[in-house]
Design a protein around this ligand. Sequence first.
Ligand code: PBG
Length: 353
Amino acid sequence: AAAAPRVPEGTPQVEPLPIRQRPRRNRRSPVAREMFAETVLTAANFIWPVFVHDGEEDIPISSMPGVSRLGVDTGLLRGVEEAVKLGVKSVVIFPKTPDELKTPTADEAYNPEGLAQRAIRNVKQAFPEVVVYTDIALDPYNSLGHDGIVRSDGVILNDETIHQLCKQAVSQAEAGADYVSPSDMMDGRIGAIRDALDAAGYSNVGIMAYTAKYASAFYGPFREALDSNPRGPGEDWVVPPDKKTYQQNPANWREALIEARLDEEEGADILMVKPGMPYLDIIKGLHDQSNLPIAAYHVSGEYAMLKAAALNGWLDEKAAVMEALLSLKRAGATVILTYYALQAAKWLKEDEA
Ligand code: PBG
């Protein structure tokens, strides 16, 4: 028989408190805790973001230890194979465009033989069941680094940009994309892209809208990965150093409701909030206001923070990452885009075993 429990010497003897509610009762055992868990993370919720380049090698990204740009014909397919084995069957593709293909109007975005289009075809050919998401915005192809076309006075042109985005979306759909994901934050782009896809015969291709995308400092490592920082061509051209005239102000929550209403009316299938952890209130808010699935993007800077702390031995990486991802889901995100997707899926499998 187990020894009777003992208390430390000096523990005061007290009468039981006259309380009827003791919430700790439901936390007493692992079985109870599992029973009463309101949120359960699964690999099926993850979308794995992958950086691809036109080369053979995996090229490590220094501000994202453990993440590399993958070769479009090599590492990408190895990576997706591993992802599928782990139960992660959704990917989103980000191409690292060579500098010589970047122009101020970003026409490479709709090149049928472009890197993104090749990546989509490669994945769909090798793994037809994998759901492929793409990014729609001009920044990987724009010599000025912005998501839209920049005028000489620094204004980012809205409608002219959307003209390009529609061509980009149709070209990605032609390559086999299941969902296109406009991340550019131009006004009216969801409706225009919906119409363009439908007119081209792609009414089954979905739209995951970056609905509430904030002008955030947490995208820094991503811009290193794609070498896509806004930059100027010369003295006579103004290029805003940030994206604050189109991405949302981090001070605002009600503004996200305007974006959500528009995206929903214009035909979005999924509403995304980005970044993730600093914006849990926005995730919760959109979840409560809309009936569409909500996605959260756990962005490059969030990955970098957790990784840096883990590498320094300052955080228990697995526990901290799983808590972060669980919190995104608890706040209302059904879909989670995360660079930790494969690692987290591995940890989930480990826990099952
Ligand atoms: C580009 C785009 C960005 C991200 C996704 N799509 C960067 C930006 O807006 O500058 C960021 C993703 C991340 O940081 O992980 N339109």
